[in-house]
Design a protein around this ligand. Structure first.
Ligand code: SF4
Length: 182
């Protein structure tokens, strides 16, 4: 199996989720968000096709990382390959984050006809969902580009059949906001 990537794995990121993370930049995105920070990842033919086994080998050799983040591009466009890599990440006790332009609800709908979407969701700990909306852009939105995007605990959401947000990231925002007035 192969995956189309926009670049090499990026280690030591502290902005693509909690902790020190390695980011897998997938290539290909259909959303065309105005103001996208990464337009070079939109094409479904650019980047490079890489063997999933090669990615797994690189992950097995990582040091000093706490988690793996799928970003892009939209990783959901390559859900089967991403699910396979994400499952491997859990074998090394890495937590898995994923950024997607789809909403969680859209993904559930898509999963009815595309099993790999649910396979991938089953391997994701935290999902940052929804398109980037320029007028909702905020530096206070920790780990998000715009405030409409949500930071979702995927496993709790799947189990409870409702969207469960990771509340601590929203509490951090409130504390930070309050500090401005002290
Ligand atoms: S979903 Fe992400 S990569 Fe795709 S267009 Fe929107 S901001 Fe850019």
């Amino acid at each position: 199996m192969q995956i189309r990537l926009a670049s090499d794995l990026q280690t030591d990121s502290i902005v693509d989720g909690e902790g020190i993370r390695t980011v897998i930049w997938t290539q290909g995105c259909p959303h065309n968000c105005a103001g996208c920070h990464n337009p070079s990842t939109h094409s479904f033919s650019d980047g490079a096709l890489v063997d999933v086994d090669l990615i797994k080998e690189e992950i097995s050799k990582l040091e000093g990382q706490t988690g793996i983040t799928f970003s892009g591009g939209d990783p959901m466009c390559q859900a089967e390959a991403c699910a396979s890599v994400a499952s491997f990440c859990h074998e090394f006790n890495y937590d898995v984050w994923c950024y997607t332009g789809y909403t969680y609800e859209q993904l559930l709908e898509l999963s009815k006809t595309k099993k790999s979407i649910m396979d991938f969701l089953n391997q994701i700990d935290v999902l940052v969902d929804g398109k980037f909306v320029l007028k909702e852009k905020s530096l206070d939105a920790i780990f998000r580009g715009s405030k409409n995007q949500r930071i979702i605990d995927v496993q709790k959401s799947l189990n409870s059949k409702t969207v469960v947000l990771v509340s601590k990231y929203y509490e951090v925002n409130e504390k930070k906001k309050n500090k401005l007035y002290i």
